[in-house]
Design a protein around this ligand. Structure first.
Ligand SMILES: [Zn+2]
Length: 179
């Protein structure tokens, strides 16, 4: 199943829509989101920059799901039939706000905080652009390099939470090598 080809203009437009969606969701959920608890912070602190640990806000939704972007029907009209279903994700990170549909375990939080670090280094517009291009090039959510990076660091943490490394350095190096 091939991913439809978009023109460079279309990619630029959709990239702006993605950034708008991320900013709007962040605004929407931020007022209800809270800082990490001491218990949540402890296993993550050796891996993440202080600023990430201090600035991130989390919200676990109950009886409510994150809505899919309202430009999804337009993309389906262009032939995309495997758009990542936001309402079916475990958790989603909108810049520095983590919104979850399930209980926040250390592993899940680790993954989402890698995204917070990615946003910190890239900013919302570039994050959105890379996320979209990753999806278009790879043809699926699983192939998006920003996700591959988050899953691989999350795996390292899950395999041995005592072997610490700097997520900030790992993400920086990975971005410098090129996507
Ligand atoms: Zn992710």
């Amino acid at each position: 199943m091939a991913t439809p080809k978009l023109t460079p203009d279309q990619i630029a437009q959709v990239s702006k829509l993605v950034a708008g969606y991320i900013s709007a969701q962040r605004e929407k959920y931020a007022p209800r989101a809270v800082p990490l608890s001491a218990q949540q912070r402890a296993p993550l602190e050796p891996f993440f920059a202080r600023e990430v640990i201090d600035s991130v806000r989390v919200l676990v939704l109950e009886g409510e799901r994150v809505p899919n972007p309202d430009f999804y029907p337009m993309l389906r009209g262009l032939g995309f039939n495997n758009l990542p279903d936001q309402s079916a994700m475990g958790a989603i990170t909108f810049c520095d706000v983590v919104v979850s549909h399930e209980r926040l375990t250390a592993g899940l939080l680790f993954h989402e905080l890698v995204h917070v670090e990615q946003y910190r280094q890239l900013g919302i517009p570039r994050f959105s652009d890379l996320y979209l291009r990753g999806f278009l090039n790879g043809g699926s959510y699983e192939a998006i390099p920003l996700e591959v990076n988050a899953y691989s660091l999350e795996d390292r943490f899950r395999r041995d939470p005592r072997r610490t490394f700097s997520v900030q350095a790992e993400v920086g190096q990975w971005l410098a090598v090129g996507l």
